[in-house]
Design a protein around this ligand. Structure first.
Ligand code: HEM
Length: 105
């Protein structure tokens, strides 16, 4: 929720202000066992559904479109950070394997 708040507070300069925060946050999710990149999209769907159910008519048209846009931006950055960290950890693991192979020779 803090991440959503930060994105909204810095809406005029959102790219520069919150990109490092969001990519860093996405990155930290690689340490949570079983977490998959696509869960970020599921999170958006769940939030949009819950707010629609709770706010009914107040959460439609422009309002819902505006929030969908905010979520899309946030999730894009989280996913980017998470995917980059995953790719990096794969590389680290490959290095460990080759170091082990070297050590056993
Ligand atoms: C379905 C999607 C998601 C799942 C399954 C998930 C899962 C998790 C898990 C398991 C933790 C660790 C909690 C703990 O050990 O106390 C965590 C931490 C956290 N998550 Fe997520 N997450 C999801 C989406 C998000 C999104 C969309 C955001 C932000 C907009 C977010 C922000 C955070 C933050 C701030 C933490 C605290 C840990 C830290 O700062 O390093 N998560 N998440």
């Amino acid at each position: 929720m803090q991440a959503v708040g930060a994105a909204v507070e810095n809406i005029d300069d959102i790219e520069a202000a919150v990109t490092p925060l969001l990519t860093g946050l996405g990155k930290r999710h690689i340490q949570f066992t079983g977490f998959k990149n696509e869960y970020f999209d599921a999170f958006t769907e769940a939030m949009m559904y819950a707010w629609h159910e709770e706010l009914k008519g107040q959460f439609s048209g422009e309002t819902s479109l505006a929030w969908a846009t905010v979520f899309e931006f946030i999730m894009h950055k989280l996913k980017e950070g998470h995917a980059a960290a995953l790719a990096n950890s794969d590389k680290v693991q490959q290095n460990l394997v080759s170091n082990d192979q070297i050590a056993s020779k």
